[in-house]
Design a protein around this ligand. Structure first.
Ligand code: ZN
Length: 198
């Protein structure tokens, strides 16, 4: 089953086929998942919770409704699982939209219990012991986030093609922070034992 894709962003119709191809690609039932494409920018709203200042997030039943924009409250009260996509994300390139959406979609799969994070948890624990890891790093040092990033990379390659992916990677790495991030990403990827199947 496909997720329900809704929202008031002007790119909704254009993006629906690509967003649907993410769940189709992995053959994972997204029954009960709502994807919301928001046209509102909350970055300067002090009374809105920080989640809405990120490019996207995965919201699930039980999370606090404090600081949720009032226009989205009925949606969040009525659904157990929502991937919210921000205006700023939706105004970026297709590769970035698919990457970020696939990352959040993987969190949905993790929440549904479809992913064992144990192999990545063990892998990172061993790596950190070898490296004398300080505990300070990007999200790549956390098993659920690393899993989501590895998944996003695979999906972007499959959905938009290796060439477009290479171009996207080039853009990300032109920024010094992005370069450090993807250097670590590829280092971890290379060190991953083959039995860690993502
Ligand atoms: Zn994440």
């Amino acid at each position: 089953m496909s997720p329900q894709i809704i929202g008031d962003h002007v790119r909704l119709r254009e993006l629906v086929p690509s967003l649907l191809s993410v769940s189709a690609q992995v053959g994972f039932s997204a029954d009960g998942l709502v994807v919301y494409l928001d046209a509102m920018d909350y970055s300067n709203c002090t009374n809105i919770r920080d989640d809405f200042k990120f490019p996207a997030f995965f919201w699930r039943e039980g999370y606090s409704l404090n600081g949720v924009p009032s226009s989205l409250l009925p949606l969040m009260r009525a659904n157990a699982a929502i991937i919210w996509l921000s205006k700023s994300l939706l105004e970026s390139t297709m590769a970035r939209v698919i990457w970020v959406y696939a990352h959040e979609f993987r969190h949905f799969m993790q929440w549904r219990g479809a992913v064992s994070l144990m192999p990545l948890q063990n892998f990172l624990r061993e790596r950190h012991a070898v490296e004398g890891f300080s505990g300070i790093g990007t999200q790549l040092e956390k098993p659920d986030e690393l899993d989501s990033e590895l998944f996003a990379k695979r999906v972007v390659n499959a959905v938009i093609g290796e060439e477009a992916f290479a171009q996207y990677l080039g853009e990300c790495r032109s920024d010094p922070k992005g370069d450090v991030y993807f250097r670590r990403f590829s280092e971890l990827e290379t060190l991953l034992p083959n039995h860690v199947k993502v």
